[in-house]
Structures are given as C-alpha cells and as structure tokens.
Ligand binder design. Structure first.
Ligand code: HAM
Length: 442
C-alpha cells in the first residue's frame, strides 16, 4: 500500500537544500565542541561552588508555558517555533529556559524545598530570528534561576557569579549594565507616564511600538527601530518614578556589588527584551568588535510575578542566561581558545594481518589511561609512520610478527627518535615513567 492509499500524502523536497542544516542552525564538532564543553564544565563547577542544582527540562513544551496574550516581546509574538499535530494542542520549541524551569517548579512543587531554590541548566533554545554572527535560530544557553528570596544580596550574588565566571574564563573586555524597573506600583506609575508621553508621538512609532503603547510602553525604550529616536531618548526616566523602597533596594544591590569588586554601569534605559522582569535587570555586554551587533553575552533580572502568573504560589525569582555561542566568539577574539586537540599518547603501527593482537595492546593502554589510535589494515610502515606524524603522536609503537612472537613491542619516542624494545607487560610502566619525566620537565 502506498502512502497515498493510506490517506497520507508526503511531499518530499528533492532539491539539495533539503539535506542541509536549517538556516541559523549549525553542526558543532572537533575543536569547537571541545571548547563548548570546556566552558560548560567550568559553568557546572561554578554551579557547585554557588550551591545550584543542574536540571534538564524538555526542549518541547506546551505553547502556554511560553505564550501569554499580554506579552509584547518579539520572542513571544514573532519568534517562537510552535506547531500542532492535531490543530488543537500547540507545542513549542523552547525559546528560553526560565519559563520551563518555572513550569517544572510549579508542577513538582519544588517550592516546598528549602529556600532559596537554586536551579541551573545548559541547553538548546530556539528563536526564529534573522541569523547573523552571534544570532542563531538554535543556540545554547547556560542559565541559572534562584527562587524564593527577595534580597539585594541575592541579586548581587547572582550578578557576581556570572561576572566571576566570565573572569575565570579570562574574559575581561566586558561591561556590566544594571538598572531597576522598580516594584509594581513604581512600574505602573512609570508606564502611565510613558503611555501619555508616547501618545503624542504615536504617528512616529513603528507598528510594534504602537501595539506596545497600551500593553507595555517600557518596551518602546529598547525597541530596535524606535529606541534611538530623539523623542524616545528624551522620554521620562524610571528614576523619577521609583518608590523609596525600590530606590533603597537598588542602592543595596549596588553597594553589595561594590563590596564584591564587581564593576558596573547603571543604565537607566535598560529594560530587557522579555516582559516578565521586575526590579533589578542586568546585561553583560562585550566591548570587543568581534562581537559585532550581538554583543550581549548574558542578560537577566528579577521576575517576582512570574511564578504566580504561571499558576504557582507567590514566589520571587531572579536569574540570567549566558549565550554560549556569543561567549565563544568573544573568547576566540580575545585569544582565549586553544584549538590544539590533545595529542595522541601513542600510535600503533600494526604490521599484522587479520590479527587482533594490536587491538588488544591498544585496549590495555587505553584501560591504563593512555590515548591511543592504531592502524587496522594492510599499509606500508612508511605510510603508517606518516599517519602517526599527522596524529602528532608522542610515541609510536610497532607491532609485527617478530615482536609478537617475543611478546615485545618496539616503541619510538617521537621527540628524541630513541627506539627501544619493551616487554608487553612492562609497556604501561614504561610509558608512565616517560610521561612522569615529561610532566616534571614541564
Ligand atoms: P535573553 O536576553 O533573551 O534572556 O537571552 C539571554 C542570552 O542568550 C542573550 O544575552 C544572548 O547571549 C543569548 N541569546 C539570545 N538569543 C540568541 C540568539 N538568537 N542567538 C544566540 N544567542 C542568543 C533570556 O533568555 C532569559 N531567560 C534570561 C533569564 C534567566 N532571565 C532570568 N533568568
């Protein structure tokens, strides 16, 4: 029965494009993957140091986890990959980590744990943006979320953790920008002031901002189209609408950062691209020209209403997410990434045919912690030596009939050209001794 007879009809794209990566997505392998794993390993170490628990949430979630009718962000209104298999239930490829973590916190009542609850994650996010350097459709975030304690010290600790993580990686071409969006009452007053101010410029606003005007006029301040226009630059300032409490809170965050030695700049125009933020918001921006227009390495802030809005208890939250690919672009520009794949400890030149002996020797070495490759098929010794050179092997081990008969191998140190015969049972001890010498010299 054909697929047509079964009532299903598949349209196959026969052009070449159908077999290539989708625009804005990339295959990652070799050195780049190793470098990505290196920054992830340090991130996990930081999570241990600061008492965060790593978590994995699904990449696909019900659309309502991310979708909110009142949300005016580009991410929610334009960039989500959502689909339905039955025209009823919509599924979304997660565009960010925070809301998935909040969904999980509520679903599993994680809020019954000791506060603050500190969760972190590493994973792919998906946004249908226009791809360019540092802006992908699938990208990786290293994120943290800290729930249940609204305290300026928590804000400072979260920001400091991200900053010191970058410092530990050697990244120093960065600025930490900070702002406060104030508490609910301050923000609501400020929103009203902005709305009436922008009303007189309605004609000059882009289509998105016209919509934002009544829903969330704060977002006009960082609009990619309108943000630089004079009337936006001259708009009322948040500072003039902050309650005394919000001002004091923010000052305490700044004081704690001073104490911790985290340099920052207050930027009263920073509102962030997502709608759920309250109070403290921050972004760490690269000054390096290699980062181009996508210079925000990480961003985050408080979201004290989100858990409740998503159906959970009243619970404050703060977090950030680092864009891994942007971080690697910056580290590369700063010369912080080495692309030397670890050289092989030994390459086995195998002159035996249809004989697993060389493979057995390789396994013994691997079980003792040596990185080993070997030749599997009939080739001249010369071409196998060439392979050993290409692999930058530190030692070459030669196995032929005569060696096997004597239960020996010949081993050549590539740096000195010294070649010796070693009993098989002494091989690991021999290499241990050689590498010990090497480590002591270094
Ligand atoms: P976000 O600012 O949308 O915040 O993203 C955080 C970081 O992810 C950005 O600073 C950037 O480095 C990276 N990023 C975002 N979009 C792309 C893209 N298309 N290509 C490459 N990298 C990208 C959030 O997602 C919030 N969930 C952060 C947060 C956590 N706030 C509180 N907790």
């Amino acid at each position: 029965m054909t697929s047509l007879e079964k009532g299903r009809f598949y349209i196959f794209r026969e052009d070449k494009m159908a077999l290539q990566t989708i625009k804005g997505t990339y295959d990652v392998y070799g050195d780049r993957l190793r470098q990505a794993e290196m920054v992830e390993t340090l991130f996990k170490h930081f999570m241990d140091l600061y008492g965060y628990t790593m978590m994995r949430t699904p990449i696909i979630e019900n659309r309502d986890v991310f979708y909110d009718k009142s949300d005016t962000s580009d991410m929610v209104t334009k960039e989500m990959y959502s689909f339905s298999l039955n025209s009823k239930d919509y599924i979304t490829l997660r565009p960010e980590g925070t809301r998935g973590v909040v969904r999980s916190l509520i679903e599993h009542k994680l809020y019954s744990l000791e506060m603050p609850i500190k969760l972190s994650y590493i994973g792919s996010m998906f946004r249908h943006e226009r791809p360019q350097k540092g802006r992908q459709r699938e990208f990786t975030q290293l994120g943290v979320e800290n729930f249940g304690e609204k305290n300026p010290l928590v804000d400072a600790e979260v920001i400091a953790m991200g900053y010191f993580y970058l410092k530990t990686l050697g990244v120093d071409d960065i600025v930490v920008y900070l702002n406060t969006l104030g508490d609910e009452a301050s923000r609501s007053q400020y929103s009203k002031a902005l709305e009436s101010y922008f009303k007189s410029y309605e004609e000059d606003l882009c289509e998105d901002c016209k919509r934002r005007l009544s829903l969330n006029p704060l977002r006009i301040l960082d609009c990619k189209i309108d943000g630089a226009k004079d009337f936006v630059l001259n708009a009322p300032k948040m500072q003039d609408y902050l309650s005394e409490e919000s001002k004091v809170y923010f000052e305490k965050v700044l004081k704690a950062l001073d104490e911790l030695g985290v340099p920052y700049k207050v930027n009263d125009r920073l509102v962030r691209g997502l709608d759920y933020y309250t109070d403290t918001v921050f972004e760490v921006v690269s000054l390096n020209e290699a980062s181009g227009s996508q210079s925000t390495i990480f961003g985050g802030g408080r979201y004290d209403k989100l858990v409740e809005k998503m159906g959970g208890p009243k619970l404050s939250g703060i977090g950030f997410a680092i864009g891994e690919e942007r971080l690697l672009i910056l580290m590369e520009a700063l010369g912080l990434l080495d692309d030397e794949t670890r050289a092989l400890d030994a390459y086995i030149i195998n002159m035996l045919e249809d004989d697993p002996y060389a493979l057995k020797v390789a396994e013994v070495l691997r079980h003792n912690g040596f990185m080993v490759k070997l030749n599997y098929y009939k080739r001249s010794m010369k071409s196998q030596f060439k392979s050993a050179d290409r692999e930058k092997a530190k030692f070459v081990i030669i196995i032929a009939e005569s060696e096997k008969a004597k239960n020996e191998i010949s081993i050549k140190d590539q740096s000195t050209a010294l070649q010796e015969s070693v009993k098989l049972e002494d091989l690991c001890a021999y290499l241990d001794e050689k590498f010990k010498g090497e480590n002591e010299d270094a």
